[in-house]
Write a protein that binds this ligand. Structure first.
Ligand SMILES: [Zn+2]
Length: 128
């Protein structure tokens, strides 16, 4: 994926305005510390990340369709796997729960990045 595309920068958790600065103080999708801690401003272009009070509560509504898009096909795939390989529903449920926990933090972070990318448009990396 090209580094100049919006989609790439959403998954790379980059600033929507300059595509350079990190959205989170602890960058990366799979982290276990400072999960939702964000700098007040972009370290590269000085874009304010605190748009308004309670702004990021809207990311809950963005994570909801992401979860549906990921988990509904997974449930159907689970039933197909169960029938094809005669695996017990309990072991499939255990795998499903592990996947849910593993994807929780990336989905929360991508939802925040999506919300910011919907709100703030790309200007370029040269503008301070
Ligand atoms: Zn920036």
């Amino acid at each position: 994926m090209k580094e100049t595309t919006k989609l790439y920068n959403i998954f790379a958790l980059k600033c929507p305005r300059c595509y350079q600065g990190n959205l989170f103080t602890n960058p990366g999708l799979f982290v276990f510390k400072s999960i939702l801690k964000m700098p007040e401003r972009c370290p590269h272009c000085n874009q304010d990340f605190r748009i308004e009070p309670g702004f990021y509560s809207a990311s809950l509504w963005i994570s909801y369709p992401i979860i549906l898009i990921l988990f509904v096909p997974m449930i159907f795939a689970g039933f197909v796997i169960k029938e094809a390989y005669s695996i017990s529903i309990e072991s499939l449920l255990a795998v499903f729960i592990i996947i849910c926990f593993a994807l929780q933090i990336p989905i929360m972070r991508i939802s925040r990045a999506l919300l910011l990318h919907f709100t703030i448009h790309y200007v370029g990396s040269g503008n301070k």
